[in-house]
Ligand binder design. Sequence first.
Ligand code: UDX
Length: 449
Amino acid sequence: MASTAPRITVIGTGYLGATHAAAMAELGFEVLGLDVVPEKVELLSQGRAAMFEPGLDELLARHVTGVSGATGRLRFTTSYAEAAEFGDVHFVCVNTPQRHGEYACDMSHVDAVIESLAPLLTRPALVVGKSTVPVGSADRLAARVRELAPVGRDAELAWNPEFLREGFAVKDTLHPDRIVVGVRSQRAEDLLREVYARPVAEGSPFLVTDFPTAELVKTAANSFLATKISFINAMAEVCEAADGDVVKLAEAMGHDERIGKKYLRAGIGFGGGCLPKDIRAFMARAGELGASQALTFLREVDSINMRRRGHMVELARDAVGGTLLGKRVAVLGATFKPDSDDVRDSPALNVAGQLHLQGAQVTVYDPKGMDNARALFPTLGYAPTALEAVRGADVVLHLTEWREFRELDPERLADEVAERHILDGRNALDPAVWRKAGWTFRALGRPTA
Ligand code: UDX
């Protein structure tokens, strides 16, 4: 790439930022990643990420300066001065968690980035927000950049929401299904077209919008996905009452192309660092804008989702004869979804916690999420393998659909448990196979399957 190519910084190196930084280096740019946590910077500087994300360590190792055989296009720092001096385009990738005790999101990390970076911008720069923020934030932050940057109008803001899914973050970043940029100048649009030239050439649609639309695309898309999941989970509740089978129902509905099969997997519902907090922050923001009525349905989406967890606990209680007190429960899965080590607002871990509070002796096993789970719920029991987790169990709960769990041998597990009861919270196991090995099998939304 010519030396005139824009130099890129990525501020915040969590799931989003670490992946974005590595992907930008993969696209051929010189990249400087910044994080305020020195331990993260140290680890990344060795070509390793602080979290598990398929393909990410390999991508980092391919580009991080100092790693043998690497291109050296990617470095990390804790210094804002270095980042401001280095970059032409600064991507803001810090998180916006739910505020404690409120629906609204906590903008303090994003605000801190702008307050730290903008006063150091002495040369032309484009600050590009990627974090998920309440609509209206970009307008406010653009004004702050203008006020604070010594370079004046040559420092600008743009908004470029990120749609990556954990577990597919590398693929989603290198081959996005769309690129949305909220811009206020041709220069900003041109720079972002240059940054994303390769994915655009490969066919990713590039959509140019105003600030509020760019911010809304992200929250609207996540709200739609959450609604789709809660819709099928509401149908699961009806199937429970009517002796239907939600898996067959979803399959049949999905053949209608207007509906589609994806995001119609009924189970214990959605969790993670995005969907739950994003729909709540969206409701809170709509309220501030005087448009809360438009989003009251999201309240229902949220409560359908949270009910799933309680329902799973009830099924477990029924399976062990009406009381959980002193019963041994094996929980397979702790992460909010497979191929991730993320346990933030994980339905699986939440169910495990509720069972524990009701007096059960809970033992959890997860292929990648053990350390994070232990840190969040230190009072639960943990086992190093699925086989050890189910040892002596009165009931086994399948709560995160890792491939490893689909490949378990029910015959082998049957020798370890006290009682052969399996509950499938993700509708991913084959009832026939488990029943054949002498298990009672129960899944959410398919009482007769
Ligand atoms: C989500 C969005 O998909 C992504 O575009 C956005 O950028 C961030 O939020 P992510 O949080 O990684 O991504 O997870 P996702 O794959 O969407 O799954 C979210 C939750 O929904 C998981 O707990 C998953 O188990 C659950 N889910 C998903 C279902 O219960 N049923 C489904 O059919 C699909």
